[in-house]
Design a protein. Sequence first.
Length: 207
Amino acid sequence: MLKTVLNVGCGQRAISILGTSLPADEWRELRLDIDPDVDPDIVASMTDMAPVPDGSVDAVWSSHNLEHLDPHEVPVTLREFLRVLKPGGTLLLTVPDLQAVAKLVAEDRLDEAVYECRQGPIRPLDVIYGYGPALAAGNRFMAHRTGFTPNLLGRLLQEAGFEPVAIWRRAAAYELQVKAFRPPASAAALEEFGSLLQTPALRTPAG
C-alpha cells in the first residue's frame, strides 16, 4: 500500500515532490493550498487543516511556507502538522535561514544576488521579506512575516510535540531543512536519526 504525504502549500500542480524528494512508487501525494487557483486536492489554510483527519498521513512536506505566517500562527500550524501525522510519522520542512542571511546584511550585500532558483536570482532582500518580483506583481501571499534560526525553529517544533528533531543548514540556498517525527518514532527512524547526528551540517535544537 502506498504511503501518503501531505504537501502543504503545494503551489502549481506541475511542481511535484514525487520522483524527486520521495519515491513515486512508494508514495502518493495529497496536495493542500490556500489558493484554489493552483488546483489543490484540499483548499485550506495551514493554520486550520480541518479537512485532513487526525493521524491520517505518513508524512507532511512543507517547503518555504512557515515564513509567510505571523509569528503567533507558527505554533498553531506546527500543532496542525503534528495532528494530521500518524504516530511515528515524519515532518519534512524547509524555511529560510535568517541567521545565515544576516551575515550578508552585515556585509552590506542586501541587494546582491547570492544564488539562483527556478524563479530567478535571489537576494538577501528576497530571503528576508519575500520574493521581490512576485510582490511587485501583486502577489501578497509571497510576503515573509516571520523568520527562524536553528535554535528557535527546533524549540518551536519540540514545544509542538515533535521528537526527535534534526535541522540542517543548506548553505547554498540560505535555508534550514528539518526532519522531525510525531512520537513514538519507529526503531528504524531512530536508527536513521542516530546516523544523521554524524552529519557535519546538522544542527540540533540545542546546538
